[in-house]
Design a protein around this ligand. Structure first.
Ligand code: GDP
Ligand code: K
Ligand code: MG
Length: 274
């Protein structure tokens, strides 16, 4: 396959557009996503005989479709299924950025991490062990400094390799648990024609999390509304927490362990000035 698509995603201000510019240069087109006022940036880059389309998705803190920007990002990933999803991360704010990364992993995307702003991280004495981060998430990690064009070639090389042989991100225990618990609801969503097989699990979990957009999708279908309520109550009494709170807690615990294992904060030795 010589033509494929890379989507750039991540929190606002992590450097997505800078990476997009570094990748595509002048070969880009700016328009709008259909139905919304969100800007759509597409470009192309030729690399080792591949013709690669690059999409700069709007920034988002989560993948729950609670704003137009998030909705565009979620819909694009679920419906257009880009071959490779590049999760751009601000290295100086790894902890916050990884919340989004976990959601990408949960969505079963072919994800690579671009660990961007590594220059800023070093200035703040933050050192990230990329090999450990890769192993903890089961995701390739490329370090970049977008504004200096650093790591861009490696990003293309890794993307091309991932297109041929998709990655195998970890499946966190909490997510497997939640998927088991939401199985009946997911099946009902497929039966009622609300969700396709590939997105039913995700919609089911979002319903259990009380996510507004998912709720609008089942509005007018009392059977599903009742089942969602019933399942939410059942899981809540089982976990002792509402599903949304359980998931957020579990993600933060998972991230906390990663930060502990992969990040070192070190101030350089002080010079003795006496
Ligand atoms: P986006 O919101 O994710 O598209 O982020 P932008 O690409 O607009 O970048 C946000 C700001 O960070 C801009 O001022 C960029 O010039 C800057 N920036 C992007 N990447 C880097 C980087 O690797 N290092 C540094 N120091 N600044 C960066
Ligand atoms: K910005
Ligand atoms: Mg941008």
């Amino acid at each position: 396959e010589k033509n494929f698509t890379i989507a750039l995603v991540g929190n606002p201000n992590c450097g997505k557009t800078s990476i997009f510019n570094a990748l595509t240069g002048a070969r880009q087109h700016v328009g709008n996503w259909p139905g919304v006022t969100v800007e759509k940036k597409e470009g192309t880059v030729s690399f080792n005989g591949n013709e690669i389309s690059v999409i700069d998705l709007p920034g988002a803190y989560s993948l729950s479709a609670s704003s137009e920007d998030e909705m565009v990002a979620v819909n694009y990933i679920l419906q257009e299924k880009p071959d490779v999803v590049v999760n751009v991360i601000d290295s100086a704010n790894l902890e916050r950025n990884l919340y989004f990364t976990l959601q990408l992993i949960e969505m079963d995307t072919n994800v690579i991490i671009a660990l961007n702003m590594t220059d800023e991280a070093v200035k703040k004495n933050i050192f990230i062990n990329t090999a450990k981060l890769r192993d903890a998430l089961g995701v390739s990690v490329v370090t970049t400094v977008a504004t200096k064009n650093k790591g861009i070639w490696e990003l293309l090389e890794t993307s091309a390799a991932m297109k041929v042989k998709p990655g195998r991100p970890v499946q966190p225990d909490y997510w497997q648990t939640m998927n088991r618990e939401s199985g009946a609801l997911a099946e009902a969503l497929v039966e009622e024609g609300i969700a396709g097989k590939e997105s039913a699990n995700l919609v089911a979990v979002r319903l259990l999390e009380d996510e507004a957009f998912a709720q609008t999708q089942i509005a007018g279908c009392p059977t599903l509304e009742k089942l969602a309520d019933k399942e939410k109550d059942r899981i809540t009494s089982r976990f002792g927490l509402e599903p949304g709170i359980y998931l957020a807690d579990q993600r933060y615990i998972f991230i906390g362990q990663i930060i502990k294992d992969c990040v070192r904060r070190e101030t350089p030795p002080q010079r003795d000035l006496t």
